[in-house]
Design a protein around this ligand. Structure first.
Ligand code: SF4
Ligand code: SF4
Length: 106
């Protein structure tokens, strides 16, 4: 196919990119967005805390855990090692903020 034909063909095609943020982006099913922590399932084994390469997890006495999404590199190790599926990725990705406290998931 010649270059002219290719140009004409693409001229009438819809753009591959989205007009974000006017057009909402849909995340893929296994997208790694903001973490969700199911406190009621947690058995306090600390596997997530011990395996996090970014020190994004703080483990408190009495089993409370915080995830700092400002430090998280979305590697998924905490999700993989948790024996009771108490940690999951959501498809939420629009949470930029000037306030670092808002990156903490409890
Ligand atoms: S996804 Fe990776 S970096 Fe983020 S909290 Fe879990 S183990 Fe840590
Ligand atoms: S790995 Fe799962 S069960 Fe263990 S402390 Fe972390 S969240 Fe709780």
């Amino acid at each position: 196919m010649g270059i002219k034909t290719e140009c004409v063909k693409n001229f009438f095609k819809k753009p591959s990119t989205k007009n974000y943020p006017k057009e909402k982006l849909e995340a893929y099913p296994h997208f790694r967005g903001k973490i969700k922590y199911f406190n009621e399932r947690c058995i306090g084994c600390q596997q997530c805390f011990k395996n996090c390469p970014a020190n994004a997890i703080t483990f408190y006495k009495k089993g409370r855990i915080d995830f700092d999404m400002g430090k998280c590199c979305y590697c998924g190790l905490c999700v993989d090692v948790c024996p009771v599926a108490a940690i999951a990725f959501t498809t939420e990705f629009e949470y930029a903020d000037n306030d670092k406290k808002k990156f903490i998931v409890k």
